[in-house]
Design a protein around this ligand. Structure first.
Ligand code: NAD
Length: 516
């Protein structure tokens, strides 16, 4: 991989004990990964890969830090999060540039993911209310009962390349607010955002060791999954890895939430506003080059709406500006790596070979012809069948498939038969149809005339079926439940009058609340 002559090759360190951690970077044994700017295809940096020993070191430092952090008051924890919120707002532009240089998405899109991450920090600032338990007086004579939620200890987050700032922020603000220590293993493809945010947390006053970053691949992940001091694992990424994480970590006795891949459908009924539906399909299909877990990847055109809808989508696609993410005119950037771009292209080739109609072919886009960076132009495939690989597989690129169905029932049956169940949307002017759809459809997040129904921070985010393994979704009250464990205290304080009469003596019967 040639280096970028205009950029200095940096070595991205881990973050352990409140500072960058290089360990024995000069050792022959030290593994690293390459960081490539997707807009140029040139090497821009390298990232340290953690061995099991480095992971163990990070976990032990985190465990020690947690022994103090767990006793820090809610007020103090909240103050750190308020501080982080202010620092993130001030540093958003800088962080967005870091994301664009490694991920490839446009600067505006990077700012958008940071803003959605800050939403979760703001939610976590309300942890005092979220952790409030219940209290019942006199559950039995002179006996009171109350409930608490307490932190788990050291918890880990393993995150994907496509939202290097937002997805970690789905996890750590809530985990830290609840009193846990957090270890982040970000994607090795765009690792710098994680270290930048670690610096902000330190500046916000988070004690050393409470938040750590370890980089790497399977070796680092396995080090976390098998470590006895890691109490819980949050994962976001592809379905095969999500399943592996869930099976491995639950077997090791950990609490796990593992969010997987997606194939999000957008059902358009014949009565929908076609212009509005086409705008939504193009925005949600090609934003971030389709590398969003909530991207619309299949438009289900019901009955007679299909021809007009495909025409309206095609018209809008032709005016999308594709280019480097740091160019303010660009609306869509490159794909993250060459291998991923080639994989996406293979689905377009396969679609044509299996009988789909390639309405707009991103392979012939000018950016692809220019030969620099990992570009693919927006691609529209019509007459896609449910057995074609471009329908059955998650493509995760700028390829929008149109499946035509004869009826609403056929459309819902198609969506529900799909193994994924992350997001789904319906476009219609019929409130009754929309209500029926939200009731019947098998997906975790549903949009009604909203193409990307990512819940706001105080509602949880999560899919169904192969899009999530585990019971609790990310952030919102689910996040608080995930990062805490419940405790119920039953208490009796000696009543002076009772004390005078003795304790009532030894009673071997099971304690009851009185006679019926
Ligand atoms: P990925 O599964 O390849 O990687 C995710 C994380 O797992 C990374 O940190 C990576 O280093 C690690 N990893 C990769 N292979 C591993 C292995 N064999 N063993 C252990 N760890 C491994 O995912 P990605 O390509 O980075 O991200 C794209 C995927 O993430 C898509 O499938 C997308 O749908 C999904 N995603 C889902 C959501 C959601 O909320 N459901 C959100 C964002 C992304």
């Amino acid at each position: 991989m040639p280096a970028d002559p205009d950029s200095e090759i940096t070595l991205v360190p881990h973050w352990i004990g409140g500072k960058p951690f290089l360990g024995d970077a000069s050792s022959d044994q030290q593994r690293t990964g390459q960081i490539v700017n997707p807009a140029t295809g040139k090497l821009s940096g390298e990232v340290m890969f953690a061995s099991a020993d480095v992971v163990d070191q990070a976990v032990r430092v985190a465990e020690e830090a947690w022994q103090s952090w767990r006793h820090v008051s809610i007020a103090e924890r909240t103050r750190v999060l308020f501080g982080l919120r202010e620092l993130l707002v001030g540093a958003s532009d800088e962080l967005a540039s870091i994301i664009t240089a490694e991920h490839g998405k446009t600067h505006a899109d990077a700012l958008g993911e940071i803003a959605r991450g800050i939403d979760v920090v703001e939610f976590a600032c309300g942890v005092g209310d979220l952790l409030r338990g219940g209290y019942s007086e006199n559950v039995s004579s002179n006996v009171d009962t109350f409930s608490l939620r307490q932190p788990l200890g050291v918890v880990a987050g393993i995150t994907p390349f496509n939202f290097p700032a937002m997805v970690p922020m789905w996890m750590f603000p809530v985990a830290l607010a609840c009193g846990n220590a957090f270890i982040l293993k970000p994607s090795e493809k765009d690792p710098s955002a994680a270290v930048f945010v670690a610096g902000l947390l330190a500046d916000a006053g988070l004690p050393d060791g409470v938040f750590s970053v370890v980089h790497g691949d399977k070796e680092a992940v396995d080090g976390l999954l098998g470590h006895p001091l890691v109490r819980a694992v949050s994962f976001v990424g592809s379905t095969p890895v999500a399943r592996y994480i869930y099976e491995t970590a639950t077997k090791a006795g950990k609490r796990v939430q593992a969010l997987g891949g997606a194939k999000n459908h957008m059902v358009v009924l014949p009565d929908a506003d076609v212009g509005q539906a086409a705008d939504a399909a193009v925005s949600a299909g090609f934003g971030s080059a389709g590398e969003r877990c909530m991207a619309v990847s299949v438009v289900v055109a019901v009955a007679q709406v299909a021809d007009e809808l495909v025409g309206a989508i095609a018209e809008r696609i032709s005016s999308i500006t594709v280019g480097p993410g740091d160019d303010p005119d660009s609306e869509m950037g490159p794909l993250v790596t060459e291998a991923h771009r080639d994989r996406v292209v293979s689905y377009v080739e396969g679609a044509a070979a299996t009988g789909a109609q390639v309405v707009i072919d991103g392979r012939s886009h000018d950016r692809v012809a220019a030969g620099e960076g990992w570009y693919l132009g927006p691609t529209l495939l019509d007459h896609v069948g449910p057995d074609m690989p471009c329908y059955t597989d998650e493509i995760f690129g700028p390829v929008l498939c149109v499946v035509r169905t004869a009826s609403y029932d056929e459309a819902v049956a198609l969506v529900n038969a799909n193994p994924y169940g992350n997001g789904v949307a319906i476009f219609t002017n019929d409130g009754g149809a929309a209500r029926r759809f939200q009731h019947e459809v098998e997906a975790g997040m549903v949009g009604v005339n909203v193409p990307i129904p990512v819940p706001v921070a105080y509602y949880p985010f999560g899919g169904w079926k192969a899009s999530l393994f585990g019971d609790l979704h990310a952030y919102g009250r689910d996040g608080v439940a995930f990062y805490t464990r419940g405790k119920v205290v039953t208490s009796r304080w000696p009543d002076p009058a009772l004390r005078a009469g003795g304790s009532g003596g030894v009673q071997l019967g099971f304690p009851s609340t009185g006679k019926r």
